[in-house]
Design a protein around this ligand. Structure first.
Ligand code: ZN
Length: 200
């Protein structure tokens, strides 16, 4: 059986799933965690408490795949919950969705888990709506052993969607609109390099 301090089999690494919105990140995330689950690995899945689009205790992909997830406020709470669960049975795999919404300490926390022999699967947006690197994902792109950068279909031209355009009242959101906010009159589109409109 696995032991978190048993590194004989050199297990423990970080897998990052990233890209823009509508690229199927969550679906890939769930698929990968399920695969470890079928292989009888003890998995635990977290998500930032901010993301409660569909349900409190689950993560759903746009195609309605779902997996149980524990909502957490910050990296400190993640460690607390992990230690609690790990007491009963050693955890082999940690999943963390929307990692860009957590505090920046999460990068070190995930590094430590991987060093201790745990497989970490993180998912998150590589860029915000301004086309700037999103926190945490920027560092995970450097730290992770395995990276999958997924693309989507550009909403305008059908090309390769690599950017997320935030639309408010039918127009690209301005540069100073808050990074994280959910409004009824806002929506997101994936866009290619050429169709993306730089927010002003
Ligand atoms: Zn395009």
């Amino acid at each position: 059986m696995s032991n978190i301090l048993n590194l004989k089999n050199k297990k423990g690494w970080i897998e990052l799933i990233t890209g823009c919105m509508f690229a199927g990140k969550t679906e890939e995330f769930i698929k990968r965690l399920r695969r470890y689950q079928y292989a009888n690995q003890n998995i635990i899945v977290f998500k930032p408490a901010i993301d409660d689009r569909y349900g409190q205790k689950e993560i759903y992909s746009h195609s309605r795949m779902n997996i149980d997830a524990i909502p957490i406020q910050n990296s400190e709470e993640l460690i607390k919950v992990f230690n609690e669960k790990n007491k009963n049975k050693n955890i082999d795999v940690i999943g963390i969705d929307e990692v860009q919404f957590l505090d920046e300490n999460i990068v070190n926390v995930l590094d430590n888990f991987a060093n201790k022999g745990i497989i970490v699967i993180a998912s998150g947006l590589d860029k915000d709506f301004r086309n700037r690197p999103f926190k945490n994902v920027d560092k995970l792109l450097v730290n992770a052993e395995y990276i999958d950068k997924l693309t989507s279909i550009c909403h305008k031209c059908g090309g390769n969607g690599t950017r997320t355009q935030r639309i408010i009242d039918g127009k690209p959101a301005s540069l100073d609109s808050p990074l994280i906010f959910i409004a009824a009159n806002e929506k997101y589109e994936s866009r290619c390099r050429h169709c993306f409109e730089e927010p002003r």
